[in-house]
Design a protein around this ligand. Sequence first.
Ligand SMILES: Cc1cc2nc3c(=O)[nH]c(=O)nc-3n(C[C@H](O)[C@H](O)[C@H](O)COP(=O)(O)OP(=O)(O)OC[C@H]3O[C@@H](n4cnc5c(N)ncnc54)[C@H](O)[C@@H]3O)c2cc1C
Length: 399
Amino acid sequence: MAPNRKIVIVGGGIGGLTAALSLLKRGHDVEVHEQAPELKEVGAGIQISSNGTRVLFALGLEEALKRVQVLPSRRAIRHWATGETWNWFDLGAATRERYGTPHVMLHRGDLHGLLADAVRAIKPDAIMLGRRCAGITTDGDDADVRFENGDSVRAAYVIGADGIHSKIRAALFGADKPEFTGAVAWRGLIPMDELPSHLRTMEGVNWLGPHGHVLHYPVRRGELMNFISFVERDDWQIESWVTQGTKDELAGNFRGWHADVHEMISRIATPYKWALMVRGAMPRWSRGRVTLLGDACHPTLPFLGQGGVMAIEDGYIVAACLDKYFGDPAAAFTRYEEIRRERTATVVRKAHENRRSAFSPALADPGAVAVEVAREWQQERVRERMEWLYAYDATAVAI
Ligand SMILES: Cc1cc2nc3c(=O)[nH]c(=O)nc-3n(C[C@H](O)[C@H](O)[C@H](O)COP(=O)(O)OP(=O)(O)OC[C@H]3O[C@@H](n4cnc5c(N)ncnc54)[C@H](O)[C@@H]3O)c2cc1C
């Protein structure tokens, strides 16, 4: 019998679909098993910085992105109480010139949809829905993935791309121990044409304040405004993207903040809340013929906007490693981890550090925001600090 060459990816999120597309483009046989009964992402925005668009362009997605993206002009900072505005750093043409590929703002469903379309254009039945993984066993040359509906599939390799509550991670390495950070994230979408004209801008805005942080940016060709906020509170500890809150509760978390913030909150159709947790770094991501990517192995706080981008970089590189060392799982996954471990650990660490500067009680003082902006948030300083992140080229790494 011919040896099994199938690569099974558990989880059809952004990382899983990027890995699938990268493998299909290299001629491999791939199946993606996704628990959801239909293929759709949560209604929320995602920013993909130049290091992420570099990978998406290499996978042939530049034109598809153009149909849905927003190319923002800049990031601005605003004072939580007075609304005073500072230019933080330029995006748009400046980013493209500097890094070769743009920084884009997207609806997660649009990014997910264009990745799925590209996968299905190569293999129409690659994505299998309603397949919630229940466990995995490996023996010799194969791995056996079991699903809750009783089905199972044998594969030469398995990639666990099943997110922060990964079943594959738990099966390989045991249960994790998340620790609550004391902060909760809120998210919601607002139809752009419902906002007053001064808030309908094609830029990202970060509001600096004490005990909280607000961020909003346009998505889906500028038709929607994505609203995210973070607040210090310890009475909510559920880590889920789909738990609804109320506008009153969200508004209450930002009592005393500028009227523009409340204008936005009042127009969010449904606000969702998510408790922010941290986990210790994993010493290994792979065992035998099974490995992990994205949030399954290095979940990060959202204060650097890189969790999804890291999953995209992982997806591209794990595919390149499997392609080069197909017959040798140890070589493939050792090389994959060597390439990815330090970079993703740095992202996790820096996102954690950013949580401290994103909001601090000192910012309650009306003068403190201006001082903070002058010290920490200047364009040049940000450029220096972010160069290692945005200039990285996952498509050019020696495998
Ligand atoms: C408030 C907030 C804002 C953020 N903003 C940004 C941003 O601007 N830029 C950025 O890069 N990142 C951002 N992130 C992080 C980003 O959302 C994640 O890092 C990213 O989604 C991880 O991708 P993934 O493919 O690893 O996992 P996921 O996107 O979680 O995908 C996992 C997939 O696996 C499926 N699955 C789960 N369990 C099973 C199972 N047992 N069987 C089968 N399928 C299963 C799920 O249904 C899902 O489709 C943000 C996060 C938060 C909380």
